[in-house]
Write a new protein. Structure first.
Length: 277
């Protein structure tokens, strides 16, 4: 029998996971939560009530949605606005691996969006993406051809998802994929707070000759709820920032993944350095 403090810790952890799921997908149903956590509807409704009380979600009959959804979508804002300097540095380095005439798949998210901010040197490009914001951003550029997948719209990532988005990639052949992830670990691979995008990400990997995972160093050696069942042989590069440790670089390179480290602006680099010592 678990003690009261252990039960409380479990409850807190579960609520954090539920909030992460909603931040990823925008909404969640009580039915989906019972399947994920194996708990009663009453327990999970109570969790959603508490998350609503804390101002994170708005409950509706049978589920809950993210409070910031309408406002952020209207402003074309992505939900996860964290580690932006690192993501900009990663975006600049990743953009150097894109050449005129390439066919590129861009996954959705803040890090892949940062790549598109840094490709002004490109005059001819074919882009396949699930990210509505990336399609709108690049769609007016002369010489850039955009293919936007169908599927269910997910407002936190301004992207399309689900079976339709995954099946879109069946006939796609791309030279390069820039893939986002919530967590990455040499031992446990790539993982995500929700399973909605797993099929889409697998389909993207299958369609691309070279796969670049773009992830800031805060995501390294972390694990989320749902693993991407993917062989390291299919991941060719990890592009990250200088917050990655030498041991972490060695661990990825031992798996055959080439690590590319984006330099941070001097001030940030100094603070990262002091953290590592």
């Amino acid at each position: 029998m678990k003690s009261k403090s252990e039960q409380f810790a479990d409850m807190q952890q579960r609520r954090e996971k539920i909030l992460e799921m909603i931040r990823e997908d925008g909404t969640v149903t009580v039915k989906a939560l019972t399947e994920t956590f194996g708990l009663t509807e009453a327990t999970l409704r109570s969790d959603l009530r508490m998350l609503q009380k804390q101002g994170f979600v708005q409950r509706y009959h049978g589920g809950a949605t993210l409070m910031t959804g309408k406002q952020n979508t209207g402003a074309m804002l992505l939900e996860r606005q964290t580690h932006l300097e690192e993501k900009e540095a990663i975006g600049r380095l990743a953009a150097q691996h894109i050449e005129n005439g390439d066919t590129v798949i861009f996954d959705s998210g803040t890090t892949t969006t940062a790549i598109t901010d840094a490709i002004s040197h490109i005059r001819r490009l074919s882009v396949v993406t699930t990210a509505v914001n990336i399609a709108l951003k690049l769609g007016g550029e002369p010489g850039i051809n955009i293919l936007l997948t169908g599927g269910t719209f997910k407002f936190p990532t301004l992207s399309t998802s689900g079976e339709k988005a995954a099946s879109f990639f069946e006939n796609v052949l791309a030279g390069k994929l820039f893939l986002a992830t919530a967590c990455i670990s040499p031992r446990l691979g790539l993982s995500f707070p929700s399973e909605t995008d797993i099929k889409v990400k697998l389909a993207m990997i299958k369609s691309a000759s070279t796969v670049y995972v773009v992830a800031d160093s805060s995501k390294i050696d972390k694990v989320s709820m749902f693993a991407l069942p993917c062989d390291w042989n299919n991941i060719h590069y990890l592009i990250t920032d200088s917050g990655i440790s030498t041991a972490q670089v060695k661990a990825f390179e031992a798996l055959g993944v080439k690590v590319l480290v984006a330099p941070l602006p001097l001030k940030r680099a100094m603070s990262c350095l002091s953290k590592q010592h």
